[in-house]
Design a protein around this ligand. Sequence first.
Ligand SMILES: [Cu+2]
Length: 96
Amino acid sequence: MSLSAQYFAFDRSTLTVPAGASVTINFSQGDDGVYHNFAVYETLPGGQTRPVFVGATILGPSSAVYSFTAPAAGGDYFFECDVHPLQMTGKLVVTP
Ligand SMILES: [Cu+2]
């Protein structure tokens, strides 16, 4: 699937993948001179987070291909840009 970032925002707020699937994200980011990445986290009871996948940070404008294995457990996870986690975040839905 494809995902892009521009003006400090992702173009998709929700991504949906099957549990355990091999996921490839074709990521492009168009913010000149700005670093972005794509990372997926699980929220644990108590509010702590655990990384599922942390993609390399890239300087825009550029693109990257990120590959990871979706969590085995269905449910709601979240993704973000680790450089701008307050502005750039979304939901990753893992279907059982
Ligand atoms: Cu960013």
